[in-house]
Design a protein around this ligand. Sequence first.
Ligand code: UGA
Ligand code: MN
Length: 345
Amino acid sequence: MKLFKLFKNTFAMAVFLSAIWLLFTWSNLGMLSIQTDSRSIPVAVKNKLCNVNFNDERPHITNSTSLKMIYYVTPTYPRPEQVPELTRLAHTLMHVPRIHWIVADDQPLCSDQVSSVLRRTGLPYTHISSPKPFIYKSTNFPRGVANRRVALNWLQENVAEGVLYFGDDDNTVDLRLFDELRNTKKVSMFPVGLIGEYGVSSPIVKDGKVVGFFDSWPASRTFPVDMAGFAVNIEFLKETANMPFIAGHEEDRFLVSLDLKVEDIEPLAANCTKVLVWHTKTVKHKKPTLKININKLNTISKYQNFVNLLKETSRLGMAEVNAEAGIKSYVTRNRKTSETLADIL
Ligand code: UGA
Ligand code: MN
């Protein structure tokens, strides 16, 4: 009898937990929200428009309104490398006239660090917080898709003309590319360096027309190109434009959803003979935990500035500081003496 009761309780608990799990998954998929636009499912659940600035506040740039606006869409996510990547990219974009930077951050909050980078550029920008749905938090998930979809929605609701370009936060772009892609009529394409096993991914061009593609991972794609290898005129961005949550197929499916024909592709970069963008990758830094009692350290006057540095380091997500656990760290005074911060007090 006792055994039966135990079994009944365990069963009830399992049913209860499954119900909670289902509810959580559904809410992440947007099934519980009232949505008519299928493009916003599942990402419309927790997105936040953090800030929009339409003014160009760069004193060093002369902006001629006859130039088409470039909308540079960057998915990004919190990690120790986020601020340095965005800083480097910002310093490229700050040289480009008539550009609006859409930064869609894969986290539920409007990050102060990201806001601060954006504000200091003087660029027109849109800052969106667009966390990926819970179900994509596994390995080999499609990266940057939820964010790009939210950016697309924002563009479709707020912008009537210009050129859209997807630029990941870790790519490297030659300034000459911007002059070229600004003239995109429908969809332009160009080579991307450091892709896959061929070292480059590019359309092959004959007499000004695309006749094939050179990419080491064809994978039955109609357009085997990298995300950084094409730009789209916003007037060509149809209602049907969509990017699926399918790792490796985002670019192809997106271009197919635009109803693009191979003969419509406008080759850039001197008929795809020059490389003006690279798919660079930054080595990932494992975030250490430092065993330091920051409150106690703060009571020592000579360490006030140092305490602030530790706080900044932890704010930027480069290291955790913990009073109880973590690696021992030392302050070096001269070549012979050093003191352990863990036992300092
Ligand atoms: C390559 C392509 O360049 C991406 O455009 C494509 O989305 C990705 O593969 C894919 O198919 O999954 P890769 O360099 O391998 O990108 O990946 P990451 O640089 O790690 O991520 C691509 C973009 O998504 C970056 O801008 C990154 O900041 C962002 N991302 C990554 C997120 O927003 N969330 C994540 O959890 C991871
Ligand atoms: Mn990348």
